[in-house]
Structures are given as C-alpha cells and as structure tokens.
Design a protein around this ligand. Structure first.
Ligand code: CTP
Length: 423
C-alpha cells in the first residue's frame, strides 16, 4: 500500500496532525525514529479516528519526553516504567514509549525490557499482527507503513493472529484481548491462533488478580461486552479464571452506559458473571479478581440476594418485608439477581423493590415525631420504622396521614394537631 499520509490527514484532527508533524521533526533533529504504533495504526487503517495516539521511538532515552514536550511547546504529564511518558501539547495527548524488545522469563511475569534497535523488533514483541504495524513520522518517510508481520493482510482478511506460538504463554492477558478484538471488530480468530488459545487457557492462572480484573473491566466497558463475555464463556476463558463463572443465558436487558455510568455497568456485569459461584465461592472470586472494596461489596450483596430467594418465593410478601430484606444492598447487585435468578416470581419482587420501594422515606422526620409527643430516644427510631412500613404498605400517603398514624400509635385518644399550612 502507499503511505498513509492521506489517512493521517483525513482521520486526525487538524491539531493532532500538526502536533505529530512537529513531533516527527523534533525526533529527526534528535536522531530518534518516531512511529505511530499499535491500536492507533490499526484504527487508522480501519478508517476510524484513533482513540489514543501511541508513539514509539527508536533511540528514545529518558530525556526524550522532555525534549519532545519542549519542541511541541507542551509538557510531560506523566512518566512510568520502560521509558514511557504522556506528553500534552495544544490539547493533544501523546503516549510515548521507547521502542523495545521484551523477554519473558516465565509465563505471566512482566517481561524484561531492553531498547530495540529497529521498529521491527518493537513490533515483533506485540500481541497480534493487526496491532503490530507502525507509521513513520519522520519528514522523509512521513506516513510510510512498517508492516513486517503482515498485519494489513490480516486486517483485510478480518482475522486476529498471534505472532508466535508462545504469545499466550508469555502473556495470557492476550487471551482476553483476542476475544475483545474479535467481537469488537467482528474478526475471526485465525485457525492456529484459536488452537493456541484453547490450548493455553491454563496460563490464565499465571496472571495476577489485578491484571485479570483489568482485562475483565476492559471487556465490561466495551459496547459489545455481553457478546464478548459469551464468547469468553464458550471458549472456556471465564472458567479458566474461576470454574463456573458464566453469564446467564437469555436476555440481560439494557446495561448502564459505559460512558455515563461505568461503575454501575461494571457492577452489573460482575454480579451477573459471578452469580453461578455465589455464595460458596465468593471469597475465592474476591481474591482471584483482586476486587476493590466497592466491587467486593457488589458480589457480597448479590450473594445476599441469592440467599434470600427462598423467602422471595412466598406469595403476597408485604412491601415492608421486602424492603426490610433488601434495603441497603447495592441496586446493581439486586438487578443482576433479578436477571440471573431464573425465578419469575422472585425477579418480579426484586424489580418491584427497585422501581417502587427503594429509597422510600417517611415525610415526617425524627423532630416532627418529638413535636407530636413521641418521647426522645429509641422510641423515635422505632416509630420512624413503623411509619416507614406503613408508607411502604400503602397505609399512609400524605403528611397528615403520617401524623394521624403516629398519633393513633402513641396517643390513641388524641386528635392530630391541626395542619401547619405546609405545602
Ligand atoms: N500490547 C501487546 N500485548 C499486550 C498489551 C498490549 O502487545 N498484552 C501492544 C499492542 O500492540 C497494542 C499496544 O500494545 O496495540 C497498546 O496496548 P493497548 O493500549 O492495551 O491496546 P490498543 O491496541 O490501544 O487497544 P484498545 O483499542 O483496546 O485500546
């Protein structure tokens, strides 16, 4: 293919284009060969505006991020290991890394890194051929594609292919990545890659909880997360994380949006996937996914709902009873339970609680009750609880109803005070 200069011009914003052009010039001046790489190039070739600008440079050293930031009139916003840095200039964020070689001493461990002498070396260490292309940014070679592993061919054939047999052994997070890309782009897993993936599932054991959770969370945030989880289940990937992890079959309803409610989405999907192993393997799951307190609570709450299911089989459960059992539990755990439990009557109660009862409060507060003559102390709490139960069960609606209810309970022989003209 010809260079990608026209794609760069068409798909990048004017500011991004200018910043990259200038970055190429700065690199030229400092003897660094700079390339756009990875998902950025893949997305450009798919005709999509890239989400990130990932750059790798042959000859980059510790000081180059500053040199680049200065040359762009921007600043280094963060640095991390393996000579990587984020540089921001004119509102454009660049992810800069030293071109590197990686050697995996043992499965699942982070690799030993050394500088690469050519961009090809850097591309060879990557996960899939479609992510192993570079676009030159030097002035002389602007837009030229470096594609030593035939990534473009795989992109055209719409397939995901690993670069060598040890890829999933070195880094089993790539198993999740393969599933994610396959569903996201509608690409097939190339035959050998599929065979390798199936044969290497046990290496998922070699990845620590934090990294497994990272991969799962990335799946959860994808638009087609459910299809990805289904594929992961089919291939045995979920079971390789923890036996019996699965997604309930059947419709899952609308999920919270990944951009507007990422937390709620992660909680819902986690509770759904965890459902089959709850409550028995809850602590194993918490450990395996290195769950944060927040996420661990969701799993605990889903387990609590699962243990309540037999109580939810009762007919004519009073709303106040239902509320008493569910209040305080995470809403996403409850919704996931409604979806996953497979018991229409229980699901109905759970949905009813979420839509009608959750968060219901009495109109009167403690102070109002004291004014009405309820003695200060534990009786106030007790009266509030009774009042709330009455409200949930439909026995009171207005403020006056509540006052009457309290008066009847505590001063059965008196009338409630006249209304004080509140709206
Ligand atoms: N990479 C890899 N092996 C991994 C993770 C990443 O080889 N386990 C390489 C790939 O070349 C990938 C690049 O690092 O393209 C950047 O990684 P990341 O940002 O995770 O992926 P993107 O390709 O940007 O994918 P996404 O669109 O999901 O962000």
């Amino acid at each position: 293919m010809d260079g990608l200069a026209d794609l760069l011009e068409r798909l990048l914003t004017a500011e991004e284009w200018r910043v990259l052009r200038r970055a190429g010039d700065v690199a030229d001046l400092h003897g660094v060969e700079l390339y756009l790489v990875g998902g950025t190039v893949r997305d450009l070739l798919l005709g999509k505006a890239p989400a990130d600008l990932d750059l790798t440079g042959v000859g980059v050293d510790e000081g180059f991020a500053c040199v680049l930031a200065d040359g762009l009139g921007g600043r280094v916003v963060s640095r991390s290991q393996f000579v990587t840095a984020h540089v921001r200039a004119n509102g454009v964020l660049i992810d800069l890394a030293m071109a590197r070689r990686e050697r995996y001493e043992q499965p699942g461990a982070l690799p030993t890194v050394s500088p690469a002498k050519t961009v090809e070396e850097d591309l060879r260490r990557r996960d899939f051929s479609i992510n192993a292309m570079g676009v030159a940014l030097s002035r002389r070679r602007w837009g030229l594609l470096a594609d030593p592993l035939r990534g473009l061919d795989d992109l055209e054939r719409r397939r995901i292919r690993v670069l060598h047999e040890q890829s999933f052994v070195d880094d089993a997070t790539r198993i999740f990545r393969a599933v994610r890309y396959s569903v996201r782009m509608g690409f097939a897993l190339e035959e050998d890659t599929l065979g390798l993936l199936k044969g290497r599932l046990r290496f998922i054991e070699t990845i620590g909880g934090e990294r497994v959770w990272n991969e799962l969370e990335r799946v959860f945030m994808e638009r087609r997360a459910v299809a990805m989880l289904r594929m992961a289940k089919e291939l045995g990937v979920l079971a390789a994380v923890l036996p019996a992890l699965a997604l309930p079959s059947g419709a899952l309803g609308t999920l919270p949006s990944p951009s507007k409610s990422p937390d709620a989405r992660a909680k819902r999907l986690l509770a759904l996937v965890a459902w089959p192993v709850l409550p028995v393997r809850m602590s194993a799951l918490r450990k395996r996914l290195h769950l944060s307190r927040k996420m661990a609570r969701v799993v605990e709450d889903a387990a609590a709902v699962k243990e309540l299911l037999s109580a939810l089989r009762a007919r004519d459960l009073r709303p106040s009873r239902l509320h008493g059992r569910l209040e305080g539990l995470d809403a996403e755990a409850i919704r996931a339970a409604a979806i996953a439990c497979g018991e229409p009557a229980a699901a109905h109660y759970l949905e009813y609680y979420l839509s009608e009862l959750r968060g219901v409060e009495t109109l009167l507060r403690g102070g109002d009750l004291i004014e009405l003559g309820v003695p200060e102390g534990p009786r106030v709490g007790e009266a509030l609880r009774e009042l709330l139960a009455a409200r949930l069960d439909g026995l009171v609606a207005t403020r006056e109803d509540e006052e009457r209810f309290v008066m009847r309970k505590f001063h059965p022989h008196l009338d409630p005070p006249p209304s004080r003209g509140r709206m």
